[in-house]
Design a protein around this ligand. Structure first.
Ligand code: SAM
Length: 1006
């Protein structure tokens, strides 16, 4: 049994190893599962969630110790992560004996399997395919041919069966096996049952579940169950995973919506089965109560057994040319799948268009309806079918510039407004209703899109009057918001584009009524969580999605902006009820642990914790502090006790944001506070998304100034082409491991060079060693060049941040110095120096160190990336990362035009042709550029002598570089020779040209 504090001084596993490639695969799988993600059902509007599997790796990696045996450490970690082969077999749904005998060789059938029928004549030894050994049986007095069936012998243990199932995994590659497997978290108990005997034997524990294991290793490391904190908890992804594993967890965030979501993760998803039943029952009753009140008003039924499902609204303007009222419809399609369109019928008496909803027969007719009245910012319509009026919407809105600001003539709405006034530029009208009715048999519904009738309009009027009569009272009681929209990057949009000044303006009368009723009856905290899901799905900002098979009202936060719409969908109470009921929300009951949620700025976090894991705000990714005011406005008053003591204000000014000095100072205050709340042997994991080149320097100053030091760094690819940002960027997460800086060490910059080089060397070599051991048994290794690069950086930062004084300067004071734009600080210089030392150490095989260092940055970059491509690593982020490391500014010039996020590549010599030979291009006038041109010429069948002649002219200092040129050609021949050619990409021809050129250079007499 482990003794208290026995592991106190042992380095954590994550300080020595982390299987980042497998983690990237698993993280990507989780991110791609969209609605299947565990916590998303609580708040699909929260963007930028860190994958649970990555969080689990960080938590376990911070708690587990390292031993003398790295390979065993790795094996245990993979068992705990559900990444070992046996877990994979379970995750794939168990592989059957008939398949095992096909895939595994050398098994004696009689030792492992029962064969039915017994007399079947299958081979004694595997492999074979049972289908090749049909046998005859008599069934019902008839002769039949059957395929033999194998089953495990009854005496075998689960472990023995799993062993062979793991040998029979269908693919060699981890990625392919994972693609057909479930996520480890989906079968926590099942996927981990087999691991405990090995885990207990290795660590000296006595556990059969994660909470038991975590408690025991927590005692060995900290003397008690581990206390984990996340002070930027957001949606609660990190705290939830820590709690699910069995840690005591303390979460906090400045934003009360983040606090609410984290509370939901703990108390709804992590609830006991009984608590969960109560929550589900209460939410069902809430949905029913709301529906009853709506039914009492009779505003969602047609009086003939049909209930409304969705209402479609659009804006309407008066055309200044014709004086006609024109609905603003970007498209007239209502439903592609059901072939429903809106038809505009001119009504000359009223100078407006009646809108008829029509089911059409052909796809052609649907296609013709694609273009509506709004075309490229113009209103286009023709009341008589002859004269077409085309008027710019900008003109109608009266757009103008006031200095740098875009303004217009829209009236600013007042607090009492909830529909447009009759003289407003934008009017709003209902143009279609989707009805639903239960089918006579079963639970399914019939649906029907219909033209708006006089009865519908009368019901609309009834809603308007009802809301008008109650709004002020509801606002007073807090059932409907009365909060002003504060100006900001995202919040300016509804103000500018619609004149909406208060948050309730983002909801139409039906939505105010329905959402307000839900709010009124939301007494329990879980109901508030459900309310926010409903608000996200029932606002004037919800798109109507007419795509094939969809026909649905979308959500406000399909991205992280407050985009206004010309037409939108509004839900009925029936259609909204599954949001209130938190349908699809999972349940993973927690063990008995302590969880707390604070609504506090990170620099005021009050709890003492052993491990702090954070994913701080960085750059301008998501402006949580602005967009969540959409919800805060609804929640400020009358909250259940669990939430009432939080600060229900987004406190924009306290939010850490951007990348400037404010960001740095905010982060220093936060991390300093956390370091102070951590014991001396505590540990921090800091995750951030790799975005700008300045990040290394910023993070280093933050770490330095907080009294922390780096002990390791990792890079995991967590997202691809996400909706968070425009552009085809693959996003990776850098993970820094931090400890308190205990000693007061001093050094000089001149001495740092050697030390960094040594540390980089040691770190890279230890990773390469581990990688090679893994490759000895598996087709895939543990690390790629890019990971080694990251390890190189980490080693450099490790050395740097261990010192308190460099060149006589106190690094805490230096780090606190404000940055001035364009001016390099002492710390910047140190980081540059450290990173360059690290990069330069990583010399590709084929060149010696001296040659490598003499090359220009862009040459090193090109050659390094050729190596990456050879290793089949072709994500764009790799190019970005290496370009930053090598200080190549325009790496895009070297990339093929067809490069995408997941398949980028360099231009070959044949593709560069004569470009970038001279002028400002970084690669111009370099030996490598001359060489690539020569490769182009060889492929163009230029005479060998001429090729060499041109090479001599193009390559500066040819004679001195001759040997290097031949090496470069050899190197490129090798790297390109293995790439797969396509119609437009001919690496094989380039490789063969490079071989010819290398020979020609070597044989050339000059
Ligand atoms: C990148 S997000 C965290 C996302 C989270 N890991 C997840 O998976 O959902 C950063 C969080 O920091 C919070 N934040 C910003 N400034 C803060 C401050 N000064 N103190 C505490 N939290 C802050 C934001 O509200 C946001 O929730």
């Amino acid at each position: 049994m482990l003794k208290p504090l026995e592991w106190q001084d042992r380095p954590a596993l994550i300080e020595h190893l982390l299987p980042v490639q497998k983690l990237s695969v698993e993280s990507h799988k989780e991110q791609m599962s969209n609605q299947g993600k565990t916590l998303t059902a609580l708040g699909s509007y929260w963007k930028g969630r860190k994958p649970l599997i990555l969080n689990k790796a960080c938590i376990l990696g911070a708690l587990l110790p390292t031993t003398e045996d790295s390979l065993q450490d790795l094996a245990m970690f993979e068992l705990l992560m559900g990444m070992d082969e046996q877990s994979l077999a379970i995750r794939q749904g168990r592989i059957k004996p008939n398949t095992i005998v096909q895939r595994v060789s050398g098994l004696v059938v009689a030792d492992w399997f029962e064969v039915t029928p017994e007399h079947a004549d299958v081979p004694d030894i595997t492999p074979f395919d049972v289908n090749d050994f049909p046998c005859k049986v008599i069934r019902n007095n008839k002769k039949q041919t059957v395929i033999p069936k194998l089953s495990w012998r009854a005496s075998l243990s689960e472990q023995q069966k799993l062993h062979w199932e793991a040998q029979a995994l269908p693919y060699n590659a981890y990625r392919s096996n994972v693609s057909i497997a479930r996520r480890p978290e989906e079968l926590i108990d099942e996927a981990h049952r087999h691991i405990w005997p090995r885990i207990n034997a290795f660590y000296g524990t006595n556990a059969i579940s994660f909470p038991e294991f975590i408690e025991q290793i927590g005692i060995a490391r900290f003397g008690h169950r581990p206390r984990v904190a996340d002070v930027f908890c957001g949606s609660g992804q990190i705290p939830f995973e820590a709690a699910r594993l069995g840690c005591d967890v303390y979460a906090s965030d400045l934003n009360p919506i983040a606090c609410m979501l984290t509370w939901g993760a703990f108390h709804i998803v992590g609830a006991s089965p009984e608590q969960r039943r109560n929550i589900d029952k209460a939410q069902k009753e809430l949905a029913e109560k709301v529906q009853q009140e709506i039914d009492k008003l009779g505003i969602e039924t047609d009086g003939q057994d049909w209930r409304a499902k969705a209402y479609l609204y659009c804006l309407e303007i008066t055309c200044p040319e014709s004086g006609w009222k024109v609905p603003l419809l970007p498209s007239l399609i209502i439903s592609r799948g059901k072939k429903v369109i809106a038809e505009l019928k001119p009504n000359a008496t009223e100078k407006k268009y009646d809108i008829q909803i029509k089911y059409v027969k052909s796809d052609e007719e649907v296609k013709n309806a694609k273009v509506g009245t709004l075309q490229d910012g113009d209103i286009v319509h023709s009341p008589d079918g002859n004269i077409i009026h085309r008027v710019s919407l900008n003109g109608i809105r009266g757009d103008y510039k006031d200095g740098k600001d875009n303004k217009n003539a829209l009236r600013m709405w007042e607090k009492s407004d909830f529909i447009p006034r009759s003289d407003d530029i934008y009017q709003e009208r209902l143009y279609c209703v989707q009805w639903m009715k239960k089918k006579l048999k079963g639970s399914q519904f019939l649906y029907d899109f219909r033209t708006v009738t006089a009865d519908d309009l009368q019901r609309e009027q009834q809603v308007i009057e009802y809301v008008g009569a109650h709004l002020a009272e509801w606002q007073k009681q807090g059932f409907v918001p009365d909060m002003v929209i504060e100006k900001g990057y995202n919040t300016d949009q509804p103000i500018r584009e619609r004149g909406w000044t208060h948050w309730h303006h983002l909801f139409n009368p039906r939505q105010l009524l329905l959402n307000g009723l839900i709010r009124k009856h939301s007494i329990l905290p879980a109901s508030i969580v459900g309310l926010c899901q409903a608000l996200n799905r029932n606002s004037r900002l919800c798109k109507w999605d007419s795509s094939e098979g969809v026909d649905a009202v979308g959500d406000v936060f399909y991205n992280q902006a407050l985009n206004t719409l010309f037409n939108y969908g509004s839900r009925s109470s029936e259609y909204l009820s599954n949001q209130i009921r938190l349908d699809g929300c999972k349940n993973y009951p927690f063990a008995i642990i302590e969880t707390k949620v604070h609504s506090a700025p990170a620099n005021e976090f009050p709890e003492s914790c052993d491990v702090v894991i954070t994913d701080p705000p960085y750059g301008d990714a998501v402006k949580y502090e602005e967009i969540t005011e959409f919800f805060i406005a609804w929640l400020r008053k009358n909250l259940p006790a669990e939430f009432a003591h939080w600060n229900w204000d987004s406190r924009r000014s306290l939010a850490i944001k951007g990348e400037d000095e404010g960001f740095r100072q905010g982060m220093i205050a936060a991390y300093r506070n956390m370091a102070q709340h951590m014991p001396d042997h505590g540990l921090q994991v800091l995750m951030f998304t790799h975005q700008s080149g300045a990040i290394w320097s910023d993070m280093t100053t933050i770490i330095w100034a907080s009294g922390l030091q780096v002990t390791a760094a990792w890079y995991v690819v967590t997202e691809t082409d996400s909706a968070l940002r425009q552009g085809a960027n693959v996003k990776g997460t850098i993970i820094l491991i931090l400890r308190k800086r205990h000693q007061h060490l001093e050094t000089f910059r001149d001495d740092l060079g050697w030390e960094i080089e040594d540390a980089v060397k040691q770190q890279v070599e230890s990773l390469i060693g581990l990688d090679q051991s893994v490759r000895a048994h598996h087709p895939e290794g543990l690390y790629t060049d890019a990971d080694l690069q990251m390890a190189g950086y980490a080693a450099a930062l490790k050395v740097l941040t261990a010192y308190s004084v460099i060149d006589g300067k106190d690094m805490v004071i230096e780090s606190e110095q404000p940055r001035r734009k364009g001016i390099k600080t002492f710390v910047d210089e140190l980081i540059d120096f450290a990173v360059q030392t690290a990069v330069q150490f990583l010399v590709p095989v084929g060149f010696d160190k001296g040659e490598w260092q003499k090359m220009t940055a862009v040459e090193r970059f090109y050659l390094k990336m050729a190596e990456m491509e050879h290793q089949n690593l072709k994500t764009l982020d790799n190019y970005q990362n290496f370009a930053k490391a090598f200080k190549v500014h325009h790496f895009d010039q070297l990339l093929s035009n067809s490069s995408k996020a997941n398949s980028a590549r360099l231009k070959l010599g044949a593709e560069l042709k004569g470009n970038l030979m001279s002028g400002n291009a970084e690669i111009a006038n370099t030996p490598l550029r001359a060489l690539l041109y020569a490769l182009f010429e060889i492929q163009k069948d230029v005479e060998g002598e001429d090729v060499l002649l041109h090479l001599m002219e193009n390559c500066p200092n040819y004679l001195a570089n001759k040997r290097l040129l031949a090496k470069m050609a050899d190197y490129l021949a090798e790297k390109r020779g293995t790439l797969k050619p396509s119609k437009t990409f001919k690496p094989d021809q380039e490789a063969s040209a490079a071989r010819i050129l290398a020979e020609a250079i070597r044989n050339q007499r000059v």
